[in-house]
Design a protein around this ligand. Structure first.
Ligand code: URA
Length: 330
């Protein structure tokens, strides 16, 4: 069975239309890569281990290191008769329901983990960062702690795009500029952020320049001195790229809505950024994180595994040790 990247997975739908079990699958893994990822030596060493008859799959000796095994069979791999601890990395995108906590378990309240199968949770899936109980949208889950840390740490400038509605006076160019310069919050200045407002009548007419409005500010107003030059340049690039990626979403904004792109994940950050300028967030949804957009086919509470391209996009090319694990992901 295949863990389809598009299949909808909800506990409730499982009776009518059983969710494919992610632990089995067409996905198969080369033995030399699996052994290399679990530190059994280089690919050359592993070839020799196989030739010497030291690698077994259950009772069967594996003499060819290029042999492929399924995710289920991985657990039966033995080296010198001893089981190998091979952790296949999982990466899942969920459309978090509003009204559930971002947690694996809670004694009193429903959690986003209630929408995931127990067998995946048992394999160490944890949420990447946190969305408030009343926030919906893109929530990633992984058992890769290094990746989790990287996606959450502000040092790595991974953008998060939120679609929000708000109450209070309409946001305008002045607010765009304040966010772009880095807003003072009670726990220290926020990194510069991009606020995207509904298209003005003028912009709606000019289809050749989607989003030129924010570029004007982001391009000029990242506060000098707030970041080292290189970081500031990287932040500007990340914000602009995210803004371009959500240009279509911007076109669909209602008058009391906006998009906010931030590269941090502080407690209640978006709500506090709006409150700092006298507005109140009335609904909040994360629609993008780093290179990933929330799949519009996922209804509230549904999830799917990331496809190969999406997984690869989360790992920087320079992370050679992680890239060695990449082929193990599904
Ligand atoms: N900012 C918030 O205020 N809440 C969230 O859930 C995410 C970002």
């Amino acid at each position: 069975m295949n863990l389809s990247p598009i299949a909808n997975h909800t506990k409730d739908s499982s009776t009518e239309n059983p969710a494919p079990t992610p632990l089995s699958g067409k996905a198969s893994y080369r033995i030399d890569k699996l052994l290399a990822a679990s530190c059994c030596g280089s690919r050359k060493d592993i070839k020799k281990l196989c030739r010497d008859g030291r690698v077994r799959l259950g009772n069967q000796t594996i003499s060819n290191a290029a042999t492929k095994v399924s995710a289920e069979e991985v657990r039966e791999l033995l080296l010198d008769g001893q089981p190998l601890e091979i952790q296949l990395t999982l990466l899942i995108m969920m459309n978090k329901r509003p009204s559930v906590l971002t947690a694996r378990v809670d004694r009193r309240e429903a959690t986003a983990a209630d929408d995931l199968p127990e067998e995946l949770l048992e394999r160490g899936l944890v949420p990447v960062g946190r969305l408030d109980k009343d926030t919906s949208g893109l929530l990633l889950w992984t058992n890769d702690g290094v990746l989790n840390h990287r996606l959450c740490s502000p040092r790595h400038l991974i953008s998060k795009v939120y679609r929000l509605s708000y109450s209070g006076l309409p946001l305008g160019k002045e607010e765009v500029q304040k966010y772009a310069a880095g807003l003072a919050l009670d726990d220290g200045p926020a990194l510069p952020a991009a606020l995207l407002l509904p298209l003005s009548a003028e912009e709606k007419l000019d289809r050749d320049k989607p989003g030129c409005y924010f570029e004007e500010f982001i391009g000029s107003s990242i506060a000098p001195g707030s970041l080292k030059d290189a970081e500031s340049e990287k932040l500007r690039t990340v914000l602009l790229e995210s803004c371009r990626q959500v240009a279509a979403e911007r076109r669909s904004l209602a008058e009391d809505e906006a998009l906010l792109v931030i590269c941090e994940g502080r407690f209640h950050q978006v709500k506090r950024m709006l409150a700092a300028l006298g507005r109140e967030v009335t609904s909040l949804k994360r629609i993008r994180e780093g290179s990933l957009s929330l799949d519009p086919r996922l209804d509230s509470g549904e999830w799917r595994a990331l496809d190969e391209k999406e997984k690869a996009s989360l790992y920087p090319v320079s992370y050679t040790h992680l890239r060695a694990h990449e082929t193990l992901r599904y």
